[in-house]
Write a protein that binds this ligand. Sequence first.
Ligand code: GTP
Ligand code: MG
Length: 374
Amino acid sequence: MTKPSGHQIFYESKKLRHWFKTRLLSLTSPLFAAIRYAICLKTTQQELHTSNYTVKLMAEDNDLKNLPGVGPATANKLKAAGYTTSESLSVTPPKDISEKTGIGFNTVLNIVTAAREQRGVDFITAEDLWKKRQDMQRCSTGSSNLNTLMGGGIETQAMTELIGEYGVGKTQICLSLCVRVQLPEEEGGLNGKVVYIDTEGTFIPERVFQIAESLGIDPHETLSNIFLARAYNSSHQELLTEHLLKFCPENNVKLVVVDSMIGHFRGEFVGREHLAERQQKLNSQLHKLLRLTEAYNISVVITNQVQANPTAFFGDPNKPAGGNVMAHASTHRVYLRKGGKGTRLATVIDSPYLPEEKTRFKITEKGVEDAEEN
Ligand code: GTP
Ligand code: MG
């Protein structure tokens, strides 16, 4: 008998794999489903552990049933209310969960405690953090003035907040980033895809098409690399945010835009009596986004509106909306204003390491570019 060639062995093993796949795995017996689930879970855990950091918090969280006291019925109630991971349980106030699911408060309290214990407390050394930050990348906005202001571009592992009044250009910067993030690194991009959570219906594909075309990039491919989600209210926005932890790493997403972050919250929670609840929910969403940036080396850009500041006697009569919660969650805050001759002024107003400087840019068919005078 002749010895089989490498090609034959490969072919035979391929046939065997195919047979295995079609005959065995197609059986949907609980045993096979359990084995497949275990394999999937193991792979996901291994992938997530590569980052050795916050990721551990979110890893094996997918199975609510692992939590003591959570049977199939309770798990279904939690999932139906949007709590699909133990991570989401551990960051949500028990009172909210109890109200949404109809599960008794004390039971919820035990579940939440178990979820928090499962997450554990992860200490890392400062050296580990330093190493992790060496992976940080920056995406060009299109304006080198704006890039310089931002320390070289919009950073990964950070949440950048664009603040300003209507028509100042917040969405235009976001749309420009949607195109540029897809470019290779040597051209100022991150070679990745985009998730765009649009809360106001202002994402205009024609504008993205125009920006891509004027940069000489295939506009159709550019558009197909942008995953758009229209958030209809703050809890829908919350649900979409929760999906990002799974969606982004699976789809090579490098930029997440939430435009606008605060719009629904301002519209839904009106009056002082609802302020605490609003801030709590907003805070929870912002921290989920922050964890996403760190876990997958992603850049998150959010937009924020301004509100009248009755205590201002001189200078700008406006201040960023969202109060301390927004101020503390964002890594870099950039305040945008309209300048002369159709230009725009950008100022860093809060950042852990960027100086509080200002620069000028303009909105053009290419997205955003430098304005001549600076
Ligand atoms: P709100 O969402 O209303 O809070 O405003 P925003 O800050 O998101 O404003 P946006 O980014 O939508 O900017 C709107 C401005 O961009 C308009 O006033 C236009 O001046 C400018 N703009 C939009 N498209 C173009 C374009 O194709 N070319 C140029 N030159 N300017 C544009
Ligand atoms: Mg806008």
